[in-house]
Design a protein around this ligand. Structure first.
Ligand SMILES: [Zn+2]
Length: 376
């Protein structure tokens, strides 16, 4: 209204200055900015949470300077930091870190979807299932590894891979793509979870002979296991993450119900543990390609909140003197995780809530609030 009056007054003044006599038609009110483009007002229909495991500021910087000074991460306008500590340690692991995002609780290192007293806590993916949204998990580790596991399973210890795999059957997750086939079909209890998933109507593909398709053309739920255990590194020829991410967003979109999708670039962390700068950089750039597909989708869709963050930094990674653009001399203070604040990038409806500095558990709270959901 203020603008309207201002313009009206301004046009009267201008008209009198130029000597024009009559101002009979008031100008129409100025157009309002599109709420999506400024990221306010509307609730998201979809949330895509992307986790670069072990991706601190230096990992991002090294990827940037090794990729012609360009990353898709630069397309984000809302940036914040979270405090990644666990309930029992200042230095978190991926299980406590992912459980904080998935369940909104600080818990102990090793905990998968359970609180500090080992009680199961409902995950954002389970809330999404309950509200009849579609759901998906994509990772470049095994799909039962700490980060994806914390969104779908409830187990007291991260190494309980077979129990975690079984927890997949307790949900109706629409899509999952990652390694770890052996935890589904060569188990100590003798169960073949792949057969069970097929009986439950999943279309199932594996790295053995089935190509990851260009398009998932099915009404069924879809799962694809990319390796027997850990998937390859990018350097050894792994290519599926950007493609699987695009497949997943397109597939979940066509389901037409709104969706929650978590995508993990798992091996940035492994490069940090190995104190291997090239490993970090190649995995970082690969993850950034997946981010590019997600942003392309979100820009077109207009109803998708995208959040990119990490569970923690790994390696105490630094870019040392002697480095040049395109030639990073990496150095490390540790072969484990560090306690650094972790960057958060957000885009789309609800994104502005992710500016500032907050606890890692607030990522869960902010996602719930964006969807308009209350915790049970
Ligand atoms: Zn790690």
């Amino acid at each position: 209204m203020k603008n309207y009056i201002f313009i009206l007054v301004a046009s009267i003044l201008m008209a009198s200055c130029t000597g024009t006599k009559s101002v009979t038609t008031p100008p129409s009110p100025p157009p309002q900015p599109d709420p999506v483009s400024v990221g306010i007002a509307k609730k998201p229909r979809n949330i895509i949470l992307m986790i670069g495991d072990g991706m601190g500021v230096t990992q991002i910087t090294a990827g940037l300077y090794s990729n012609n000074n360009k990353l898709n991460l630069e397309r984000f306008k809302v940036i914040g930091f979270h405090k990644p500590y666990a309930s029992n340690k200042l230095i978190t692991d991926s299980a406590a870190g992912a459980t904080a995002f998935a369940c909104g609780v600080k818990t102990y290192n090793g905990a998968i979807g359970v609180d500090a007293d080992t009680n199961a806590v409902k995950t954002i993916l389970e809330y999404a299932e309950e509200k009849e949204l579609s759901t998906g998990l994509v990772a470049t580790s095994t799909i039962v590894h700490a980060t994806p596991a914390s969104f779908i399973a409830h187990q007291p210890q991260r190494k309980m891979y077979e129990a975690i795999a079984k927890d997949f059957l307790k949900t109706e997750i629409d899509l999952f793509i990652g390694g770890g086939k052996r935890y589904f079909d060569r188990r100590e209890d003798g169960d073949n979870l792949i057969d069970i998933l097929k009986l439950r109507g999943y279309e199932m593909g594996t790295y053995l002979g089935d190509e990851l398709p260009e398009k998932i053309d099915t009404d069924k739920n879809y799962a694809y296991l990319t390796a027997d255990k850990d998937p390859l590194t990018v350097a050894a020829g792994r290519e599926y993450l950007p493609k699987a991410t695009k497949l997943a967003t397109d597939f979940l979109h066509t389901r037409g119900k709104g969706f929650f999708l978590m995508v993990e670039g798992s091996q940035i962390d492994w490069g940090g543990h190995a104190n291997d700068s090239d490993y970090i950089i190649t995995e970082m750039i690969d993850f950034d390609k997946a981010i590019g597909h997600v942003l392309d989708y979100a820009e077109k869709d207009g109803e998708t909140l995208v959040i990119v963050t990490a569970d923690h930094e790994t390696g105490g990674y630094a870019i040392n003197p002697g480095s040049e653009m395109g030639d990073i001399k990496g150095a490390f203070t540790s072969d484990y995780h560090t306690a650094d604040l972790v960057p958060v990038f957000a885009y789309g409806p609800g994104a502005e809530a992710f500016g500032g500095i907050y606890e890692n558990t607030a990522i869960f709270d902010k996602m719930m609030e964006a969807f308009g959901w209350k915790r049970d």
